[in-house]
Design a protein around this ligand. Structure first.
Ligand code: GTP
Ligand code: MG
Length: 176
């Protein structure tokens, strides 16, 4: 059995992190959702982490989700230790959350320089930023952003495999 590949799923409140891990996980997800004490537009929010696992070929994949609320940001560093990649989820119809997403991305990649993918959820909404527009906002190559419906298994798998491609590309760059 290969050693587990750890991925971190982060992003602002309501981006779809818990849903994404639930959609992908083969095991019951360890979730720490509690009733939100502030009005964040939904009833439940993650206060510590989400943890889910799946197998891809012979590789166990560990998915660690962070809380979205900034007051729980002390968890980010802990959860990122030893991670191979970061999937940053962001709701494409909530541009007011983009600055926070940028802070998360900068914080994590400064502490732990790992490959990242920006997955833009809620592409089915009427007024929504496309992955290309979001990559421009972040000032990154368009290949580092994709669309995602966190509720949909196929879409979630496509995002996961895109992340693996980026991890492989970065590993071969380091060898070259
Ligand atoms: N319409 C639509 N809804 C989505 C999509 N992806 C996720 N959702 C919904 O968005 C909501 C996201 O909620 P969560 O998964 O709890 O979000 P979270 O990022 O874990 O939030 P916190 O833990 O509070 O930071 C859920 O109701 C999902 O069903 C999408 O692509 N389109
Ligand atoms: Mg959550």
């Amino acid at each position: 059995m290969n050693s587990p590949v750890k991925l971190v799923i982060s992003g602002p409140v309501g981006a779809g992190k818990t849903t994404f891990i639930q959609t992908l996980s083969d095991s019951p997800v360890v979730s720490t959702d509690e009733e939100a004490s502030e009005d964040i537009g939904k009833a439940m929010t993650t206060v510590a982490l989400d943890f889910g696992t799946l197998n891809v070929e012979d590789y166990p994949i560990y998915l660690f989700g962070t809380p979205g609320q900034e007051r729980f940001d002390f968890m980010w560093e802990v959860l990122c230790e030893g991670a191979y990649g970061l999937i940053l989820l962001i709701a494409g119809d909530r541009p007011r959350d983009f600055p926070q997403a940028r802070r998360i991305l900068e914080f994590i990649t400064t502490q732990t320089p790992i490959p990242f993918l920006i997955a833009v959820t809620r592409q089915d909404m009427e007024q929504v930023w496309t992955p290309e527009e979001v990559s421009e906002y972040f000032g990154v190559d368009p290949s580092l952003a994709c669309g995602l419906d966190a509720r949909d298994q196929q879409s979630a798998y496509e995002t996961l495999f895109r992340m693996f491609e980026l991890i492989n590309a970065s590993a071969s760059e380091q060898v070259a």
